[in-house]
Design a protein around this ligand. Structure first.
Ligand code: FAD
Length: 420
């Protein structure tokens, strides 16, 4: 069997790897010269940087197993226990740190000592956490609506729910599907004590993508697929046609694209039985890179409360990356404005008053993640065309648009192809 995969992000690579392992002859087409899609890296001034800071949690088991399988497991750092520094403007800091106890007791002692929430807000949050373990959300409820229904005050929302959930789902609470937020809450915090541990790659992300590609039969870089050729009764796809006019026939296909890219490729989605792809809207992430002269930051990463910069990561001594999720309001600001804003936020919170900013840079990802309106169903790997499977982090894996979801979707598409 020969399978053509369109898209060389994590979803396409995971599908390609799984199919190759099953003995299938795979060819992958990626329009960019780089592999990894939204999880890639490139050189700026001779230094390889990721297109955006990526983190994962201990519960992201498919992503970790995939990276392990392709021989890069050692390049993933994962905390031994969940440990997050949370900082208020003005420098008041407190840690949330797991104790060696089963969930949810592992976080309770640290939560009780957490300085940035009043006793009243802690009771509010504890009540919501207890409700979340069993509660369901209304079908089209936003997480903001769910939090209001569970009487979360302004302080609990600002200090607890926003710093952890806005970056996790890359949406403002008002646009966040309550069911996805509750899934994240249960999976990361309420299930298993190891699930909430933070992790990140210690090598540039494109190296992981490259290693995955080396395990796939043939990878065509800089090769954009322009269209698919259906047979006469529109039941099977026969071939793909690249923008260079090459026609390549396969027995089956995996389409591992974002919703707009998929729409551009298919044009008419009716034969594929897909829901309206326009309903999946992008959300941006902006990363501000700050190089400064001064004492190195004393943390690996920290959450900033009440700031447009939700998380700050120490990449190297004198080098911080500030991550701004759900950054619609900041996407179009100039680099100088964003660097000044992030530097001001960092200095005000992290005690870098004596430090001098040397230079700053900005990476903007207008389409960092995709989400559907609360309540809308996401398509699975099966399509209306029997030899075409769908993959992509936005598809119905049960996970929000993340690297974990991308890998899971790729594996599901590979299973679909093999079983059909
Ligand atoms: C700045 C930023 C920060 C993020 N932070 C995190 C994080 O901390 N944790 C996390 O888990 N996730 C994070 N994400 C999301 C994560 O990167 C994505 O969920 C995941 O990488 C998506 O993988 P994918 O394969 O589904 O899609 P993509 O990576 O978008 O892959 C689609 C691929 O298809 C290619 N393509 C498009 N059209 C064609 C065509 N016609 N022919 C051939 N190829 C085509 C594209 O070039 C691309 O390579 C972040 C994303 C960004 C941008």
């Amino acid at each position: 069997m020969r399978v053509g995969i369109v898209g060389g992000g994590l979803a396409g690579l995971a599908a390609g790897h799984a199919l190759s392992q099953a003995g299938v002859n795979v060819e992958l087409f990626e329009r960019s010269r780089l592999l990894g899609g939204r999880a890639t890296s490139f050189e700026i001034d001779g230094v390889e940087v990721d297109n955006g800071q990526h983190v994962f949690l201990g519960c992201c088991t498919a992503f970790q197993a995939f990276v392990d399988d392709i021989g890069f497991g050692d390049s993933l750092y994962v905390q031994e226990r969940f440990d997050a520094l949370v900082v208020e403007r003005g420098g008041i800091a407190s840690r949330l740190r797991a104790a060696p106890l089963p969930a949810p007791w592992h976080l309770i002692a640290s939560f009780l000592r957490f300085r940035l929430l009043s006793l009243r807000s802690k009771i509010d949050v504890a009540r919501a956490l207890a409700a979340a373990s069993g509660a369901t959300a209304e079908r089209d409820e936003s997480f903001a609506g769910w939090l209001a229904r569970h009487r979360q005050g302004a302080e609990a929302v600002r200090v607890f729910w926003t710093p952890f959930f806005v970056p996790a789902l890359n949406l403002p609470l008002e646009r966040m599907d309550a069911r996805e937020a509750l899934f994240t809450l249960r999976t990361a915090f309420l299930g298993d004590a190891a699930a909430a541990r933070f992790g990140f790659s210690t090598v540039p992300l494109a190296h992981i993508a490259q290693a995955a590609a080396e395990r796939i039969g043939r990878v065509h870089h800089s090769s954009s697929v322009a269209s698919l050729e259906l047979d006469e009764d529109a039941r099977r796809v026969r071939a793909l046609v690249t923008t260079k006019g090459e026609r390549v026939a396969f027995d089956a296909f995996v389409l591992a694209l974002t919703p707009p890219q998929l729409l551009a490729l298919l044009g008419d989605t009716a034969p594929y039985g897909l829901p309206s792809l326009d309903a999946f809207t992008p959300a941006p992430i902006v990363d501000v890179h700050l190089r400064y002269n001064g004492a190195p930051a004393s943390f690996d990463f920290a959450a900033l409360v009440g700031s447009p910069v939700q998380w700050v990561f120490r990449k190297a001594p004198g080098y911080l990356v500030c991550s701004m999720s759900a950054a619609d309001a900041y996407l179009r600001r100039t680099t100088d404005e964003l660097v000044a804003l992030a530097w001001e936020e960092v200095r005000a919170s992290l005690g870098l008053d004596a430090a001098l900013l040397e230079r700053g840079a900005v990476t903007r990802s207008p389409e960092a993640t995709f989400s559907a309106p609360p309540g809308m169903a996401h398509p699975g790997p099966a399509t209306g065309i029997e030899n075409v499977a769908l993959a992509g982090s936005w598809t119905g894996t049960g996970w929000p648009d993340t690297m974990e979801s991308a890998v899971r979707s790729g594996l599901a598409a590979a299973r679909r192809i093999i079983s059909s």
